[in-house]
Design a protein around this ligand. Structure first.
Ligand code: ADP
Ligand code: ZN
Ligand code: ZN
Length: 843
C-alpha cells in the first residue's frame, strides 16, 4: 500500500465567518513521520492556518497532494478519532443537501468544548517596568504580566476588559515590549476526576501499621479499604469512617495507602431510580408489526418502516423490543424523541428496560454532561442514545437501528444556526450509510413520509387499535383511585392481560351558532354541561388552547387598530398580572396603554384568549374549582413541567389549562373531559401546512382523552366546523384527511409533490430589503429560464406573514425545484441570504 503522507483537514476556526451557500474546502497538510501511524480519518488535530494554530479534523488521507507546497499537521489532540467514517460521510451529505459549510456540519457531531479555540499568550520581552507605559491600560497590563508571568488571553480577560488589554498589548508589541504568540486553549469540558485511595500494605498487619496513631478512625479506615480491595473514591472513605484528609495523609506517609485519580462519567441518569420492567406479551397488532421489524433487523438489507399507530396503540413497546433486539446482537441504536420534557414517560420506559446501557441527551444537560455522554458513546460504554434531534449525531460505531418517534413533529427541524437540517431526513441518510433499520413512528405521519410509504419507499405498518394498558396496572389504578367500575374490555385476539379501549367520542361545537344563541362565554353550552357533570362527580378536565398569554392581541373597539410591536410589527400579546404587552418574537415589552394610539379612544381592550383568561373564566363560572396552567410561562424548565404534571395527576387540581401537548403516556385516570377552546386558531395562518398542523394537533389532543378508567370525551369548539382537518380529526380519520390534503398539495404544487426551498432576506431598511430580494429573484428567474424551467417555479419575492422581526424588514421567496442545492450553487447566493431547504414553516 502507498504510504499515506497527506491529510485533508477541515478546520474549525470560529474567527472566519461562514457564508451560507459556500462550502469551504478542506486544506491539505503533510503528516510528519511520528504522526503517520497514529492518525486516522476522523482524528482531531492541530494545524497551522495563516499565522494561527487551529483545531481541525482529518476527513481523508492520501498518498498524493493536490498542491505542491504543504504545511505539516502539528499534533494529534486525542488518540481516538472523534468522528466515525459514517459521520464524515453524513457531514458531506448535510453540507451538499443544505448548502452549509462542511465545518459547520462536522461541528454538529462534536460536543461543545471538545474543540477549544485558539488563544494568545502575552509575555513581557525583558525587564519592562510600569513607567515604560504610555497609557493607564498599558501600565496595568505590564504590572500584571510582571507579577504573574506570561498569561493567556482567557486569564487576562478576568483582569482587564478584553478590548482594553488587546489594544494595550498590540501597542506594546509594536514597541517591542511584549510578544504575543498564538496558542491553543485546552478543551473546556473534561471528564470529571475523582481522587481515590487504596490500601497497599498487603503484608503488614493492622496493629503494627497503626502503632502510635491514636484516633479511632484509623482501624475503621483499614477495615474499609481492605474489604474494598481496590481504589475507592476518598469521599466514600470520609463518609464510611468519619475520617478526614488529614488521617489519610498520615497513612500515606507510612506507605500504607496510595492516592490516585480516576475519571468518572458525569451521568445524567445517575440519580434516577428505574423500576425494572419486563416486556409484556404482544397484542396481535403488535405481533404483526414486530414480525416485520424483527426480520428486517436480522436481515443485512436495511429497511425503513413507517409505523402508523394511534396514540396508545403500543408503538413505544415496539421501539423497546427493537432496541433490545439490536443490543442483544451487540449493536447500537439511536432513539429520537421530539422534546424530552414533553416525553418523560418514554424516556423513563427506556431507562427501566435498559438501565445504564442507554445515554440520554437533553437541553438541560451541562456541557460537561454532554461531553461525557459523547465520550461514553464513543468508547462503546452506552449502546443506545435517546434524545432530541441532535442525538442523531451521536458517535456510535456499530449503529444498526434509528427510531424517530412522533416523526411528524416540527421540532425535528433545525431553524438556526445553519445547517438547517431535518433530523428525520438526516436519520434516513445516516441509516443508509450504516446499513441500519429505521422506524418512523407517529399517530399522524407527515404527508412527506406517508407519500413515500405509498410509493413503496417505506414499508407502512399500521396499529389502529388503542391499548388501555396491562390488567395489573389497571387494577392498581382502580384501587388507588377507588373507582368502582371500569369500562375497558378485553382483546378477543390478544393476550388476556392486555386491555383494549376505543378512541373517545369527539363532539364538534360550532362557535358561530353559540354566538347566535346569545352565548358570549368562552365555554359553549355543551362544554359547560360536560364540565358540570365531570366536576360534579369529582373527575378532572383538561382544556387545551393553542395559544399563550391572556389575550392574543389588543384591539381598539372604535377604530379597529391592533397594537403591534414597534420593532416586529407582530401583534402584541397581553399578560395579565402586570398588564404588560409582550412581543413573543423579540421579547419587546411595554405597559398596556390607556388610550388608542391611533384615535385616542379609551375603548381599547384585549381580544382573544390565553390560559390566564380561561382560568379567570373558570373561576367566575365554577368558583370552587382548582386550576393549573401549563404553558411556556408557567413551565419554563424541565423541573417545572414535571411539577405541574405531578400536581395534576395526583388530583390537586381539577382543571388543567394547557397550551402544551399533554405528555405522552401520562397516567391521568380521572380525566374524563378534554375541551379544545378554539380548534382552528392555526387554520387561519397563511402556511400551506396549516391544515396538517391543525389535524395533527387535534388528533393528538383527542388521543390523550379517555385513556382513564372512566372513559371520556372530547369537545372541539371551532369557527370552522366544516373544515376537513377539523372533521377528520374528530372522526379519528387519518386516511380521510390525507386524501383531501394530498389533493390540495398536488393541485397547488406543494410538498410532498414538489420540493420547496425558502430564501429569506432581512434588512433594517424596507426598501433595501425589497431591492435585494428583487435582484436575487431576477437572477433566479434567468437561471430557471436558461435551464429551461418554468418561471412559476419561483414564488415571490414578497414580505412574509411575519413581515418584520426584531426591527428588521423581511422579504422571502420560495423556490420549487427537486434539487435546489444544485441550482443555488450554480448562481452563488449573495451574503446575508438565509437558505432553508425543505422549510417546515413559510410564515
Ligand atoms: P404508543 O407509543 O403507541 O402511544 P404505548 O407503547 O405507550 O403506545 O402503549 C400504550 C399503553 O399500553 C402503555 O401503558 C403500555 O404500557 C401499554 N401496553 C403496550 N403494549 C402492551 C401489551 N402488549 N400488553 C399490555 N400493555 C401494553
Ligand atoms: Zn382607536
Ligand atoms: Zn417584536
Amino acid at each position: 500500500m502507498e504510504p499515506r503522507r497527506f491529510a485533508e483537514v477541515v478546520v474549525f476556526s470560529p474567527a472566519e465567518p461562514s457564508v451560507s451557500g459556500t462550502v469551504r474546502p478542506a486544506f491539505t497538510y503533510h503528516l510528519p513521520d511520528e504522526l503517520r501511524e497514529r492518525v486516522a480519518v476522523g482524528s482531531l488535530v492541530v494545524v497551522p492556518l495563516g499565522p494561527r494554530r487551529v483545531y481541525g479534523t482529518i476527513v481523508a488521507l492520501s498518498a498524493e497532494s493536490p498542491v505542491p507546497q504543504t504545511r505539516p499537521v502539528e499534533s494529534l489532540v486525542d488518540p481516538e478519532p472523534v468522528l466515525t467514517p459514517a459521520q464524515i460521510g453524513l457531514a458531506r451529505w448535510l453540507s451538499r443537501e443544505y448548502l452549509a459549510p462542511l465545518h459547520t456540519c462536522l461541528t454538529l457531531m462534536l460536543p461543545p468544548g471538545v474543540v477549544g479555540h485558539a488563544d494568545v499568550e502575552v509575555e513581557l520581552t525583558g525587564e519592562i517596568e510600569p513607567r515604560d507605559a504610555r497609557t493607564e491600560a498599558q501600565e496595568h497590563l505590564i504590572t500584571v504580566l510582571d507579577s504573574r508571568g506570561p498569561l493567556r488571553g482567557r486569564q487576562l480577560d478576568r483582569v482587564l476588559p478584553r478590548r482594553k488589554w488587546r489594544s494595550a498589548a498590540s501597542q506594546l508589541a509594536r514597541r517591542g515590549l511584549v510578544v504575543t504568540s498564538p496558542l491553543l486553549a485546552p478543551p473546556t469540558a473534561r471528564p470529571k476526576q475523582v481522587r481515590t485511595v487504596e490500601w497497599i500494605a498487603h503484608d503488614v498487619d493492622a496493629d503494627t501499621a497503626l502503632v502510635g496513631l491514636r484516633s479511632e478512625c484509623y482501624p475503621a479506615i483499614v477495615r474499609f479499604l481492605r474489604a474494598e480491595g481496590s481504589p475507592v473514591d476518598v469521599s466514600w472513605v470520609y463518609a464510611e469512617t468519619g475520617c478526614t484528609r488529614y488521617h489519610l495523609n498520615k497513612l500515606a506517609e507510612r506507605d500504607l495507602v496510595d492516592f490516585d485519580t480516576e475519571e468518572v462519567w458525569r451521568d445524567p441518569l445517575a440519580d434516577e431510580t428505574f423500576v425494572p420492567d419486563t416486556p409484556p406479551r404482544l397484542t396481535s397488532d403488535q405481533r404483526a408489526v414486530w414480525d416485520a421489524v424483527q426480520s428486517a433487523i436480522c436481515n443485512p438489507q436495511p429497511a425503513v418502516f413507517l409505523l402508523h399507530g394511534v396514540t396508545g396503540s403500543g408503538k413505544t413497546e415496539i421501539y423497546l423490543r427493537s432496541v433490545a433486539e439490536v443490543l442483544a446482537r451487540g449493536q447500537q441504536a439511536i432513539v429520537l424523541v421530539p422534546e424530552i420534557s414533553l416525553t418523560p414517560q418514554t424516556v423513563h420506559r427506556f431507562g427501566a428496560r435498559f438501565g445504564q446501557r442507554i445515554g440520554i441527551l437533553h437541553s438541560a444537560l451541562t456541557a460537561g454532561e454532554r461531553y461525557d455522554t459523547w465520550r461514553r458513546a464513543r468508547t462503546g460504554l452506552v449502546d443506545a442514545i435517546i434524545g432530541p434531534r441532535s442525538a442523531v449525531f451521536s458517535p456510535l460505531s456499530s449503529l444498526s437501528l434509528i427510531v424517530v418517534d412522533e416523526e411528524h413533529d416540527g421540532s425535528y427541524k433545525q431553524e438556526a444556526p445553519p445547517p438547517r437540517y431535518h433530523a428525520r431526513d438526516v436519520a434516513l441518510e445516516l441509516a443508509r450509510l450504516n446499513g441500519a433499520t429505521v422506524i418512523l413512528g407517529s399517530a399522524t405521519p407527515s404527508l412527506e413520509s406517508y407519500h413515500r410509504a405509498r410509493r413503496g419507499e417505506f414499508r407502512l405498518l399500521e396499529m389502529p387499535r388503542r391499548i388501555m394498558g396491562h390488567t395489573r396496572r389497571l387494577h392498581d389504578l382502580q384501587t388507588r383511585y377507588r373507582i368502582p367500575q371500569i369500562r375497558y374490555h378485553a382483546l378477543d385476539d390478544g393476550p388476556a392481560e392486555a386491555r383494549y379501549i376505543p378512541l373517545p367520542p369527539v363532539q364538534i361545537v360550532d362557535l358561530r351558532a353559540e354566538l347566535r344563541a346569545g352565548n358570549r362565554s368562552i365555554f359553549s353550552r355543551a362544554l359547560q354541561r360536560a364540565m358540570d357533570d365531570a366536576l360534579g362527580r369529582g373527575e378532572q378536565v383538561i382544556l387545551f388552547l393553542n395559544r399563550r398569554g391572556t389575550a392574543t392581541f389588543v384591539l381598539c373597539r372604535d377604530c379597529g387598530a391592533v397594537l403591534r410591536c414597534p420593532r416586529c410589527d407582530t401583534p402584541l400579546t397581553y399578560h395579565s398580572p402586570r398588564a404588560h404587552l409582550i412581543c413573543h418574537h423579540c421579547n419587546h415589552r411595554e405597559p398596556q396603554p390607556e388610550r388608542c394610539p391611533e384615535c385616542g379612544s379609551g375603548r381599547i381592550r384585549y381580544f382573544g384568549l390565553g390560559t390566564e383568561r380561561v382560568e379567570q373564566a373558570i373561576h367566575q363560572r365554577w368558583p370552587d374549582v382548582r386550576t393549573l396552567r401549563w404553558d411556556r410561562d408557567t413551565a419554563r424548565n424541565h423541573a417545572a413541567h414535571a411539577t405541574i404534571l405531578h400536581l395534576f395527576s395526583s388530583g390537586l387540581a381539577h382543571v388543567l389549562i394547557g397550551t402544551q401537548m399533554i405528555a405522552k403516556g401520562l397516567d391521568l385516570p380521572l380525566v374524563t373531559v378534554v375541551g379544545v377552546i378554539s380548534a382552528d386558531t392555526a387554520l387561519n395562518l397563511p402556511d400551506f401546512r396549516s391544515g396538517e398542523r391543525t389535524f395533527q394537533l387535534l388528533t393528538q389532543v383527542a388521543g390523550r382523552a379517555g385513556r382513564g378508567l372512566l372513559g371520556g370525551r372530547v369537545i372541539l369548539q371551532t369557527y370552522h366546523p366544516d373544515h376537513y382537518a377539523v372533521v377528520a380529526a374528530a372522526a379519528h380519520d387519518y386516511a380521510g384527511f390525507t386524501a383531501q390534503e394530498l389533493a390540495f398539495r398536488r393541485e397547488q404544487g406543494y410538498p410532498p409533490y414538489r420540493r420547496l426551498t425558502k430564501l429569506a432576506y432581512e434588512d433594517a431598511s424596507p426598501s433595501r430589503a425589497r431591492t435585494e430580494a428583487e435582484a436575487l429573484a431576477d437572477t433566479l428567474r434567468d437561471t430557471l429560464a436558461r435551464w429551461g424551467l418554468p418561471a412559476t417555479d419561483l414564488i415571490g419575492p414578497a414580505p412574509p406573514f411575519f413581515a418584520r422581526l426584531r426591527g428588521r424588514y423581511r422579504w422571502q421567496m420560495l423556490l420549487r425545484h427537486p434539487n435546489p442545492a444544485e441550482l443555488l450553487r450554480a448562481i452563488q447566493i449573495p451574503p446575508g441570504w438565509r437558505v432553508d431547504v425543505d422549510p417546515v414553516s413559510v410564515l
